[in-house]
Write a protein that binds this ligand. Structure first.
Ligand SMILES: [Zn+2]
Length: 188
């Protein structure tokens, strides 16, 4: 997994937390992901905030195979555009003066569409596939970031049923289970 420019001290802590959570889940579910469920992580650092989402592709695109039909390709394309419009998915309180700098979307659905490698494509078609998204914000006053409104349920009404949200700031870390759009209140 590759993360863009905003490398921040608290983020490595978050990665460690995420890694241990993932490990536990893999044991519980024997490696399978659960449709409707996703993990959202918010990491506030000294220069900005990084929001990451790990989700089965089904929650976002409605399918998990590598698209071959024009209709499926268009659906995937629309989903990526929706993800890249981060301001429609999250609202950060304006006092922090954050600007979305970059959105990275990683998925076998996209990789195979680009490389079009036949054998690999067949494997990906048979598998369950995730989408991992990272939104990087630069903030003029990151310590003023107190609230992150999550609007993923409204944006993908047929996708998400349950989002595990966790966040880390210089002052602490916490987590919350979301079943509808909610504003996360950060400890700063
Ligand atoms: Zn799946």
């Amino acid at each position: 997994m590759k993360y863009p420019s905003l490398l921040i001290s608290s983020f490595s802590l978050l990665l460690a937390l995420s890694a241990s959570n993932l490990h536990a889940e893999e044991h519980e579910q024997h490696g399978a992901h659960e449709h409707g469920v996703a993990t959202l992580a918010v990491a506030v650092g000294t220069e900005g905030v990084e929001i990451t989402l790990e989700s089965p592709a089904a929650n976002i695109v409605g399918f998990e195979h590598v698209p071959t039909s024009d209709a499926d390709k268009e659906t995937l394309d629309d989903a990526v555009k929706k993800l890249e419009a981060g301001d429609e998915l999250f609202t950060l309180n304006p006092e922090a003066e954050c600007q979305l700098q970059d959105t990275e979307v990683l998925s076998a659905l996209l990789g195979d569409e680009v490389s079009a490698e036949h054998e690999h494509q067949q494997e990906a078609e048979a598998a369950h596939n995730d989408m991992d998204i990272a939104w990087s914000y630069a903030c003029a006053k990151p310590t003023e970031l107190k609230e992150v409104a999550v609007k993923l349920f409204a944006a993908f009404p047929n996708g998400f049923q349950h989002i595990k949200a966790e966040w880390v700031t210089e002052k602490g870390a916490s987590a919350m289970e979301l079943t509808q759009d909610t504003t996360l209140t950060l400890t700063q």
